[in-house]
Design a binder for this molecule. Sequence first.
Ligand SMILES: C[S@@+](CC[C@H](N)C(=O)[O-])C[C@H]1O[C@@H](n2cnc3c(N)ncnc32)[C@H](O)[C@@H]1O
Length: 163
Amino acid sequence: MAEKKIIDMTRGSKTIWFNKNHPAVVYCDKRREDFELYFGKARTSLHTCHVNPDIQCDFTALPFPDNTFSLVVFDPPHLTKAKETAWLVKKYGKLDDNWRQMLHDGFAEGMRVLKPDGVLIFKWSEYDIPAGEVWKAIGRKPLFGHHSGKKSSTFWAAFMKEE
Ligand SMILES: C[S@@+](CC[C@H](N)C(=O)[O-])C[C@H]1O[C@@H](n2cnc3c(N)ncnc32)[C@H](O)[C@@H]1O
């Protein structure tokens, strides 16, 4: 673990990563599964998704000591309304009514395992919930951030562990 300076708390299918097997990263997720779905009118376009974390764990109880990582990546589920069978839900997960507490506890865990002066990158999609509601739930606002994506609904935000 000594060489692992970065934790991805919510690996999913590593869509956000350029190097999907970066040696400095420990990729975590609460689930381990492979699934596939056919798209298109004729259902001929096969999409596959593999969620295969290095460590299967809950981001509200990470199995690492305090002050371990220099960089934490947190990209939690953001959907509340989509059907369980929808591809996006299968790929990204879905929030339940307890989402405020879950995001609060996950963010607190990310900060706990972060080294002093380390940075946490929080990715949020404002598909169902505005980012401002999330900052209220976690009790902090990012230092800075930026909207991106086709509809500008994705928000990338940076936090630092300032002591
Ligand atoms: C938005 S997706 C992450 C997408 C990923 N960053 C990518 O690039 O593909 C959110 C992920 O968080 C995981 N997740 C949801 N609740 C979790 C929890 N309590 N602990 C750990 N992982 C969780 C889901 O299984 C899902 O893979």
